[in-house]
Design a protein around this ligand. Structure first.
Ligand code: GLN
Length: 228
């Protein structure tokens, strides 16, 4: 055997998010979610040992770039700007952004957002998207998306723009009867695992993603977390 750590026996530090339901979140001291279980399947297939490191999204990005953690799986949207900083795996989830308003709001879609105040998560793709809406009055960023939802419930902001599946989760867990989605999905996005540039793990991870899709594991997990 050679000295030091080989790719096969090193324990990877894998960043996840503490509050990005239903993909990755902490509950009762435990890491849960679709991505936590998907990663379990991928890592098993790729024969990678790991420990999960829960953080906020902005810290995650920095930690991956700095090489403090090896990878992150946390609903990370693939986009051009981020490709300067990270390498992405093959995407494993198709989704988009939606507008969430109060149940009695007159806002029906993006065209009604002129002079409105939007809350969302700092550093997210939704934050950038909201800033680009014509005539928008203000975009308020919060590191924890729950704070943005609280602002909406308080009527301190006119709308939240954020990832569609997380919004659906809030509609069922905290927002019942108080909020509604306005209009269609705004921005098509797909999620992928991120790693530091020139990471040696991405090839194996992509192979494993292909495998868990092919053998039905992905579909089972999708059904468990999103079906019905
Ligand atoms: N998909 C969004 C992004 O990549 C939000 C991800 C998240 O909050 N973890 O910016």
């Amino acid at each position: 055997a050679t000295a030091g750590c080989t790719a096969a026996n090193k324990t990877l530090k894998v960043g996840i998010e503490s509050n990005f339901r239903p993909f990755t979140y902490t509950e009762g001291g435990e890491s849960k979610g679709f991505e936590v279980e998907l990663w379990q399947a991928i890592s098993q297939e790729a024969n990678l040992k790991y420990e999960l490191v829960p953080m906020e999204q902005s810290e995650l990005n920095k930690a991956v770039q700095a090489g403090k953690i090896d990878l992150a799986i946390a609903g990370m949207t693939v986009n051009k700007a981020r490709k300067d900083n990270f390498v992405f795996s093959d995407p494993y989830f198709q989704t988009g952004l939606v507008i969430l308003t109060q149940a009695d709001s007159p806002i029906k879609g993006k065209d009604d957002l002129a002079n409105k105040v939007i809350a969302t998560k700092t550093g997210s793709t939704a934050y950038t998207f909201a800033g680009g809406i014509t005539g928008i009055k203000e975009v308020r960023g919060y590191p924890d998306i729950s704070e943005a939802y609280d602002q909406l419930k308080n009527k301190s902001v006119d709308a939240v723009i954020f990832d569609e599946r997380n919004v659906h989760d809030f509609q069922q867990n905290g927002g019942e009867g108080k909020v509604k989605i306005a209009g269609e999905v705004l921005n098509k996005e797909s999620y992928a695992i991120i790693a530091k540039k020139r990471s040696k793990y991405i090839g194996r991870i992509n192979q494993a993603i292909g495998k868990v899709v092919k053998d039905g594991t992905y579909e089972t997990l999708y059904g468990k977390w999103f079906g019905g």
